[in-house]
Design a protein around this ligand. Structure first.
Ligand code: MSP
Length: 650
């Protein structure tokens, strides 16, 4: 029989900057659900990707002096980019879509044409407010204090010829969709959508732009590019093969079982997305789950928020420092998935210490250490149960169902609560049974074996439930308790581990952290990370282009300040030609003239002559520049005096 399918997606992230812990939160949560469904025997398709078009990326690329494609390539596929991050975080996505992929681009053109052909897209004039950062159009009434209601940044007036999608036509069916069933969860988000967006009247949506070019061209009307949200939302279908030949499992996986998204994009996913799917005649996704935000210092975690905070939000730094599983675990254990949660360094450290080092880590190490000590690592089959074992056994027997109930309704933090109740109960069971006393008398051997067996079984069933959250650590722990071959969902039953049980006390899974020391280290990292990022490397030049710059070693013959100028120094240089050369340089803030006379410096000689403060400059002295604490620091290139004047740089 074919396995049941399960299609789950994350939002496709904007590669406009490095991703932070908030993006990692959503991806780790989605990954955990995907892994859980695989554990339950589903044929899972887990999709994530990047949303690469739009005005913001075009503007950022321009500022960085690269093409938009070069810009996104670096953030997505470059070193420590998005792909590397998901690899590091052990994300098990089956597919990764980039909206600049050819197959997607062509498919979106077909989608757009289809909506146009069926009369749902028409040409009009757009005038309104546009938030560049969110790629969102807003009406005047939707603004909050005149600013973007999502991010609070200023919006721009925008007017241009544009295509519109008849969103208003779908207001009724979308409202019905939201009001019946469980299409949008948590349920609290339903009223928000209906009251804020549908009841005030759904306006038609502007779905093309002409004022920038970094987007998918409307193929029947050159000059227009498709609105980035139309391009982005359909990724969920094109990545399965809708209107393209790259993939062919659309029929197998569509409609999606769940789109996991942050609450700020619920509007796009629960109103615009279903309306567009209705327009092209495709089935609707079964669910949109809008999770909450990680908050620092009262606001959504973001690059700019982090600048005023001592909290570290770079997932690379956190994963490297604490381990990938500790970070994954922390994110899902601490914050109720549907609500906002306050993220902090301190909470991260205390969660690792309490749950992972104390509760789980201790249970593994105590259990394996005792079996090694009392039974040379091999647990005998002869065991004697007692009444007092029943409470623990009962909890283990009940755990899989209780856990699954929560996982099935996207409450991973409650599922973890169930698991940790069992882990805490098992630790208490050690204190109650006092194995170190039982071990004193040979006659208690079979009783001691039963106690140890119950601990192994408690651990084993808990580890099966924890595998989707912390896969690598569970793998190691299964090895330590000798249960590598007894870890499927069907094995999540008390008593499934039979035969010879051989344990190995291995490395400590989660070392305890010193709170003060670790906090101080994180604060130091946070301080250091606020130093301005290195400027990106500029686009390639050929060796021939480089060779056109005539850079030579010069000796400073004279140097004096230029009158009435605070910045300029005037140099007479020996450039090796036998004729003195005059160059002006704006470095007085960093050097006094007398410091430089006689020095060996480097100048580019073949720049066109330039007048400054009425004096001619024939070239430019080379310096190294860096911003430190918000101020520019400049160091003139000064070479060893043995290098002769006129020597060329190559
Ligand atoms: N490109 C759009 C999504 C298109 S989906 C068809 C987009 N991208 S984004 O890069 O801004 O990522 C948004 C998602 O990242 C949020 O919906 C959320 O899942 C996650 N998060 C970003 N910051 C977050 C927090 N501070 N807290 C929790 N999740 C956060 O919107």
């Amino acid at each position: 029989m074919d396995k049941k399918t399960f299609y789950i997606t994350t939002p496709i992230y904007y590669p406009s900057d490095k991703l932070h812990i908030g993006h990692a939160y959503c991806t780790v949560a989605t990954d955990t659900i995907a892994r859980y469904k695989r554990l339950r025997g589903y044929d899972v398709m887990f999709l994530t990707g990047t949303d690469e078009h739009g005005q913001k990326i075009e503007a950022k690329a321009k500022a960085a002096g690269v093409t938009p494609q070069e810009f996104v390539d670096r953030i997505v596929t470059g070193e420590k980019g998005i792909l590397d991050l998901w690899k590091l975080m052990n994300i098990s996505n089956d597919r990764f879509i980039r909206t600049t992929d050819d197959y997607h681009v062509q498919a979106i053109q077909r989608v757009f044409r289809k909506m146009y052909d069926n009369g749902d897209i028409y040409k009009g004039k757009y005038s309104g407010k546009y938030c560049k950062d969110c790629e969102s159009f807003w009406t005047e009434t939707q603004l909050v204090d005149g600013k973007c209601p999502d991010c609070g940044r200023p919006v721009q007036d925008a007017e241009e010829e544009a295509y519109f999608f008849r969103l208003s036509k779908y207001a009724k069916p979308v409202q019905e969709l939201l009001e019946t069933g469980t299409f949008l969860e948590p349920a609290s988000r339903v009223n928000e959508m209906i009251n804020n967006f549908i009841k005030p009247g759904l306006e038609d949506l502007c779905v093309s732009r002409t004022s920038f070019t970094w987007g998918i061209p409307v193929d029947f009307d050159p000059g227009h590019v498709v609105y980035v949200w139309v391009d982005a939302l359909f990724n969920y279908c094109t990545a399965l093969g809708l209107y393209n030949d790259r993939y062919d499992d659309f029929d197998k996986y569509w409609p999606a079982d769940v789109h996991v998204v942050g609450k700020e994009i619920v509007r796009f996913h629960s109103i615009i997305w279903p309306a567009m799917l209705m327009s092209v005649g495709l089935p609707l996704p079964k669910k949109v789950y809008g999770h909450g935000w990680l908050i620092i210092d009262g606001g959504k975690v973001s690059k700019s928020k982090a600048n005023n905070s001592t909290n570290v939000i770079d997932p690379y730094i956190l994963a490297e420092k604490f381990g990938v599983d500790a970070l994954r675990f922390f994110l899902l254990r601490t914050f109720p998935f549907g609500s906002d949660g306050a993220f902090s360094n301190e909470l991260l450290i205390s969660t690792i210490n309490t749950d992972l080092a104390n509760d789980l880590g201790n249970l593994v190490s105590r259990t394996t250490a005792m079996i090694e000590k009392y039974f040379d690592g091999v647990l005998p089959a002869e065991r004697r149960a007692e009444e007092m074992d029943e409470e623990l056994k009962g909890m283990i027997r009940a755990l899989p169902e209780r856990y699954a109930r929560q996982m099935d309704i996207y409450q991973p933090h409650v599922a973890l609560e169930e698991v940790f109740r069992c882990i805490q109960r098992a630790n208490k069971y050690i204190d109650e049974t006092a194995p170190w006393i039982l071990a004193k008398d040979e006659a208690n051997k079979s009783r001691l074996a039963e106690v140890m067996y119950n601990l192994v079984e408690a651990l084993r069933v808990c580890l099966i439930c924890l595998t989707p959250f912390i896969p690598e650590s569970c793998d190691k722990a299964f090895g330590q308790i000798g249960a590598q071959n007894c870890r499927s969902w069907d094995d999540a039953v008390y008593g499934a581990l039979t035969g010879e049980i051989r344990v190995h006390k291995g490395e400590t899974l989660f070392p305890r952290l010193d709170m003060d020391k670790t906090m101080a280290e994180l604060e130091e990292i946070s301080r250091a990370s606020k130093a301005p990022a290195a400027k990106p490397v500029l686009p390639d030049v050929t060796i021939d282009e480089f060779a056109k710059c005539d850079m030579r070693v010069c000796k400073v013959l004279t140097c004096e300040a230029v009158k009435k100028s605070e910045k300029l120094l005037k140099f007479t240089l020996n450039d090796g030609s036998g004729k003195p050369r005059q160059i002006l340089s704006g470095i007085h803030k960093f050097y006094e003239p007398e410091q430089l006379v006689g020095k060996t410096v480097v100048a580019i000689l073949n720049l066109p002559p330039r007048k400054m403060m009425g004096q001619e400059s024939n070239g430019m002295l080379l310096s190294a520049v860096k911003e430190v604490d918000g101020k520019e620091e400049l160091h003139l290139m000064i070479l060893d005096d043995s290098v002769p004047a006129g020597a060329q740089l190559c």
